[in-house]
Each structure stands twice: as structure tokens, then as C-alpha cells.
Design a protein around this ligand. Structure first.
Ligand code: GLU
Length: 318
């Protein structure tokens, strides 16, 4: 009997916008990393952000992945199908006193900041509601607001082992504070949902953009609290545009849908993604053909730039 753990990766698009070239590259690399070692890939559509997800966008996400030549094992699963499991986990955390109801608004959290933070960094939650209410009902009655639930972050360092960067140490209590695990509308927040789902899907490797590296520390804390396994993490530096900014979902000219509609060749996109990740491949090939060229030790440690010339090349009709 083999004691080796089966290798399972995942594609986890949020259908809140169009999949662009930056996401495409991450999905391809996540897929190659697993497929090159004979592992399974699950597709999970992260549709919990209710207001922004539509059924058309779910179909669009699948269509874009298929255009890239990616496949997955089993049927695509919507994250929202796991809501009951997540509610049970939240109830467990509540029963063990590891979370508390919070009625602070975003504005109040921001105002309570001692020093404003630069850019879009999330403000640290100062713990205003910690120990304030006996239950969610009590919080609602006393404040007239529907509470969210926050996880009590223990003091001290949290270490994330990342395959590219080694051990990265975060101080979640000092940088983020107690974070939201259930939103006001009752839906599980991203950090809880992703931890719950990765465990449920048996995911052993998470390859994603390094904008989510700080989140990995929060996810480690939740995995520990819920006694769930932690997958191996690979956080990849993102794709930047010519001016050095992150590619945004609203930039339509970078969207796969527009590329596909304009008759672009997915094999050119595949080649660009592969070459940007140090893979030695020809200028056009399918995702499947590139699999054997995947080399984890050549993954870049720096962001890659997508310049105009490359973009024009990728948009050319075949
Ligand atoms: N659904 C998330 C996104 O598209 C990815 C979450 C994750 O990889 O943990 O940004």
C-alpha cells in the first residue's frame, strides 16, 4: 500500500469579473504544477460573493478555462453548495468561544485606526466588540445592527511555509487583528470558506497569486482552530501592466473573452504564460503539450510585466 498522499490542486475562480491574462497564467501554472506530477485538479467556482456573481459569469469562467485548454476532474462545484458545512464550522467556533459578534461598520473600523495605512491596505481591527456581547442575538438587540463574526486572533507569530519563499512569518494580531469569518448577511467570509473548501476538496497544493500570501497566515490560524490539514502553498508574483500596476478585472482588453472573440490563439497565451514562468516551450502550443516543461525551480520570484508588444502579439488572430 502506498503511503503517498494523492496530489490534488484546484482552480478557484471568483466569477465576479472576466478572467484576464494574469488569472489565466496563474490557472495554467496551478494546473501544470499538479498535472505534471499526475495529480487531480478540482474546479471550484467561488460564488459566495452573492451580489457580484451571476450564473452567466459562472458559465463564462468555465468557458474561459476551456478556451485555455484546461480540464478538471469531476464536475465543477459551486462554493455556495458548501454553506451548511461552513455554518456548522462557524457554530463550532462560536461554541468554543473562538469567534465573537461584531457590529462595527467599515467606517468605524477605519476611524479607530491610530495611523492611516497606505494604499488599499486593510485597516487593523482594534477589537472593539471583543467580549461585548453574549451572542449574535444579543448583539443584534443591543445595537439594532446585524452582526458579523470575527475570529479571535492569538498573539504571536504565524509562520506560512511557501514553496517559493520558504518560511514567511506574519503577526496577524498586530497587522490585521480579529478578522471576519462570517459576513453580516450570514454568509461565510472568504478566509473561512477557502479553508473549509480546500479541506473538503482534499486539496494538497494551492498555487495562487502572492497578493493572497498574507491571507495564508489567517488561513493557517483557521486550519489550526478547526483541526483541518494545511495544503502546500505556492504564492506566485503577479503580472503587472506596462506602468507597473496589477492587471485589473475591469481592463477588458486583457480579458480572455475578448481575446477569444477576436479570434486570438489560445496556444499563444499558453506559450506566453509558460515562458514567463521559465518553461522552455515553443511560441505556440496547447496547455497539455506544455505540461512536461513545467519546472518548479524555475518559477520567477519577481512580478512579470506584460508590455504592449506582447499584448498585441497575444491578440493577433490566428
Ligand atoms: N477565488 C479567489 C480569487 O479568484 C482565489 C482564492 C484562493 O486562491 O484562495 O481571487
Amino acid at each position: 500500500m502506498s503511503t503517498e498522499e494523492p496530489l490534488v490542486g484546484r482552480l478557484a475562480p471568483s466569477p465576479t469579473g472576466l478572467i484576464h491574462l494574469g488569472h489565466a497564467r496563474t490557472f495554467l501554472l496551478a494546473w501544470w504544477s499538479v498535472r505534471s506530477r499526475g495529480g487531480r485538479v478540482v474546479l471550484r467556482i467561488e460564488d459566495l460573493d452573492g451580489d457580484r456573481c451571476s450564473p452567466e459569469m459562472v458559465d463564462a469562467a468555465k468557458r474561459d478555462l476551456e478556451w485555455l485548454g484546461l480540464d478538471w476532474d469531476g464536475a465543477a462545484r459551486l462554493q455556495s453548495t458548501g454553506i451548511e458545512r461552513m455554518a456548522a464550522e462557524l457554530a463550532e467556533l462560536e461554541a468554543r468561544g473562538l469567534v465573537y459578534p461584531c457590529v462595527c461598520t467599515r467606517g468605524e473600523v477605519r476611524q479607530a485606526q491610530s495611523a492611516p495605512q497606505a494604499g488599499d491596505a486593510e485597516p487593523r481591527y482594534p477589537g472593539t466588540c471583543r467580549g461585548r456581547f453574549a451572542s449574535r442575538e444579543h448583539a443584534a438587540q443591543r445595537s439594532g445592527r446585524t452582526p458579523s463574526l470575527r475570529f479571535i486572533v492569538p498573539e504571536g507569530p504565524v509562520t506560512v511555509r511557501d514553496e517559493l519563499r520558504g518560511e514567511v512569518v506574519f503577526d496577524v494580531a498586530a497587522s490585521v487583528g480579529d478578522f471576519v469569518v462570517a459576513r453580516r448577511d450570514g454568509a461565510p467570509a472568504y478566509q473561512l470558506a477557502v479553508v473549509s473548501d480546500d479541506a473538503y476538496d482534499g486539496v494538497t497544493e494551492v498555487l495562487r497569486g502572492d497578493d493572497l500570501l498574507p491571507s495564508a497566515a489567517r488561513q493557517r490560524l483557521l486550519q489550526r482552530a478547526l483541526a483541518l490539514p494545511s495544503p502546500a502553498y505556492v504564492h506566485l508574483p503577479l503580472v503587472l501592466d506596462e506602468t507597473g500596476r496589477r492587471l485589473a478585472k475591469r481592463e477588458r482588453d486583457l480579458g480572455l473573452y475578448d481575446l477569444a472573440s477576436a479570434g486570438a490563439d489560445p496556444r499563444a497565451v499558453v506559450a506566453w504564460a509558460a515562458q514567463s514562468a521559465g518553461m522552455r516551450v515553443p511560441d505556440r502550443l496547447t496547455a497539455r503539450e506544455a505540461t512536461a516543461a513545467f519546472a518548479r525551480d524555475r518559477l520567477p520570484r519577481e512580478p512579470v510585466r506584460l508590455d504592449r508588444v506582447t499584448l498585441e502579439h497575444l491578440r493577433q488572430a490566428r
